[in-house]
Design a protein around this ligand. Structure first.
Ligand code: COA
Length: 159
C-alpha cells in the first residue's frame, strides 16, 4: 500500500528547520503532502495563499512532495488524503508536550490518526518562524534560518 504522510503547519514563513524535516520525511514515505493551515490560532504575517506559494517554491525539486492548503480540522485533511501518518518536527521537550497533546486530541477525533515525530536537526533547535519575523523587523540577518526567496518575501512584507 502506498504510504502517504501529511506534514501540517502554519509555515509563517517556511524555515530551514521545516525544510530539514520535509527532506528527511520525504525519504521514508511514498508521498508527502505539506498541509498549510488556515486555522492555527496564530496571527500570521503572510496570508494562507502567500504561505502556500512560499512552501511550493521551496519544495519544487522534491518529486514526491506536494503542497496543499486546508481549513478546519487537520483530521479531515488526513482522511481526505488517505494518509497513513502525520509528520511533526520536535525541537525541545516543550515542543514534545504540545505535540503529544495534539497527537492524542487528534487520535480521539479519528482512531486511525497516527503521528510520527521527527527530532529537529541540532542546528535548527532554535529556529522558529516567530524568531525569523522578529529578527528581520529589527534589522538582523536571517540568512541562517530561511532561503533567499523567503527572506526577500519577508523584507517586501515588512517594508
Ligand atoms: N525546526 C525549526 N523550527 C521548527 C521546526 C523545526 N524542525 N518545527 C517547527 N518549528 C517551529 C516553526 O517555525 C513554528 O514557529 P512559531 O511558533 O514561532 O510560529 C513552530 O515551530 C511550529 O509551527 P509549524 O510547524 O508551522 O506548525 P504549527 O504548530 O503552527 O501548526 C497545526 C499547528 C496547523 C498543525 C495545528 O494548528 C492544526 O492542526 N490546525 C488545524 C486545526 C485543528 O485541527 N486543530 C486541532 C489540533 S489539536
Amino acid at each position: 500500500m502506498k504510504k502517504v504522510a501529511i506534514y501540517p503547519g502554519t509555515f509563517d514563513p517556511i524555515t530551514n528547520g521545516h525544510l530539514d524535516i520535509i527532506q528527511r520525511a520525504s525519504k521514508i514515505v511514498d508521498e508527502l503532502v505539506i498541509a498549510v493551515a488556515e486555522d492555527t490560532g496564530k496571527t500570521t504575517l503572510f496570508t494562507q495563499k502567500e504561505r502556500t506559494e512560499l512552501v511550493e517554491n521551496e519544495v519544487k525539486n522534491l518529486a514526491n512532495v506536494k503542497v496543499a492548503s486546508f481549513s478546519g480540522l487537520v483530521v479531515n485533511f488526513f482522511k481526505e488524503h488517505q494518509a497513513t501518518f502525520v509528520i511533526r518536527g520536535v525541537r525541545t521537550i516543550r515542543d514534545f508536550e504540545n505535540e503529544f497533546n495534539m497527537a492524542i486530541v487528534n487520535k480521539k477525533l479519528f482512531e486511525n490518526y497516527e503521528t510520527l515525530f521527527i527530532p529537529a536537526n541540532e542546528i535548527e533547535q532554535f529556529t522558529s518562524s516567530t524568531n525569523v519575523r522578529t529578527l528581520i523587523k529589527l534589522g538582523a540577518n536571517i540568512d541562517n534560518y530561511v532561503s533567499l526567496q523567503v527572506k526577500n518575501a519577508i523584507l517586501e512584507k515588512v517594508k
